[in-house]
Design a protein around this ligand. Structure first.
Ligand code: GLP
Length: 273
């Protein structure tokens, strides 16, 4: 496989036994390696910042983003690109963590991007504080978060990972396509997937605040990254449209500028036409 875009087999599209699924297939670019996928996405972010120094970037967390942010740090350093005017907005955050928990998404971002790039705290926004209580009190901060995205002129580009159950951010199966930033309960599969980062399943929070699907769809560009064989099944369901509304990521297929970047392992169940 190489870096050119490859279309999945048209016979496998459309999903659903009645063949009338409203879920289009998602445009996918297959890269030979994870490094190539991460590099391509990072290069696009750098291009955007060079064209528009005051870009509003939507950022994601998770192991997939480790490689994307490593490539981004490298390319920004090589290009001498200034980030002084950039604003960033993270997709989601756990609730109910101890203060300064290293498992919070804020801690992840500090380690992989904000500190190495010298971003100041007034350049970065999260939909919640990780030590906030899970009690429905997060509605006000969720509204303030959405207002700050609007005040920044909307998101120029949103980076996204892909949950093993097809979630995007923490929009779990059953999320509505018009959902907004809100407090949610995490799916059992999502908590199980996160157990390693917390040391045990019991330590994984039950609730989080996430940007909504509707909020995400308003970003001008969406770039989703899925790497590794463990993502092959969900990628195949997503790319063919077969997952329908059970896969929240399916809602992104209707976006005018969306691209899913995968490595060969994550593409291994796609039949390429
Ligand atoms: C978490 C995040 C998602 C992310 C997902 C995938 O659930 N809330 O935004 O996409 O993890 O993580 P990974 O890249 O580790 O597979």
């Amino acid at each position: 496989m190489n870096q050119e875009q490859q279309e999945p087999d048209p016979d496998a599209r459309g999903g659903g036994s009645d063949g009338a699924s409203p879920f289009a297939s998602l445009p996918v670019t297959v890269h030979a390696t994870a490094e190539a996928a991460c590099g391509a996405v990072a290069a696009e972010v750098v291009d955007l910042i060079q064209q528009r120094p005051d870009s509003a970037l939507g950022l994601a967390t998770g192991s997939t983003m480790v490689g994307v942010y490593a490539a981004l740090r490298r390319l920004l350093g090589e290009g001498g690109v200034s980030l002084g005017e950039v604003r960033t907005f993270n997709l989601d955050e756990y609730l109910g963590l101890p203060p300064k928990s290293p498992a919070s998404f804020r801690a992840f971002m500090e380690a992989h991007l904000f500190e190495p790039l010298g971003l100041s705290s007034d350049q970065v926004s999260f939909p919640a504080s990780p030590d906030a209580e899970a009690s429905g009190q997060s509605a006000r901060s969720a509204r303030a978060f959405e207002a700050s995205i609007e005040a920044a002129g909307g998101l120029d580009l949103q980076l996204l990972g892909l949950g093993g159950n097809g979630h995007i951010a923490f929009n779990e199966p059953g999320s509505r396509p018009d959902s907004r930033t809100r407090e949610v309960e995490l799916a059992p599969r999502t908590r199980a997937d996160a157990a390693a980062s917390f040391g045990s399943l019991d330590a994984v929070p039950l609730r989080a605040v996430t940007m909504g699907v509707g909020t995400i769809l308003e970003a001008r560009r969406l770039r989703i990254v899925a790497l590794g064989e463990h993502k092959a099944e969900v990628v195949a369901r997503l790319v063919t449209g077969a997952g329908g509304s059970e896969l929240p990521a399916s809602f992104l297929a209707g976006h005018p500028d969306v691209q899913l970047h995968v490595d060969a392992a994550a593409a291994s169940l796609l039949s390429v036409g």
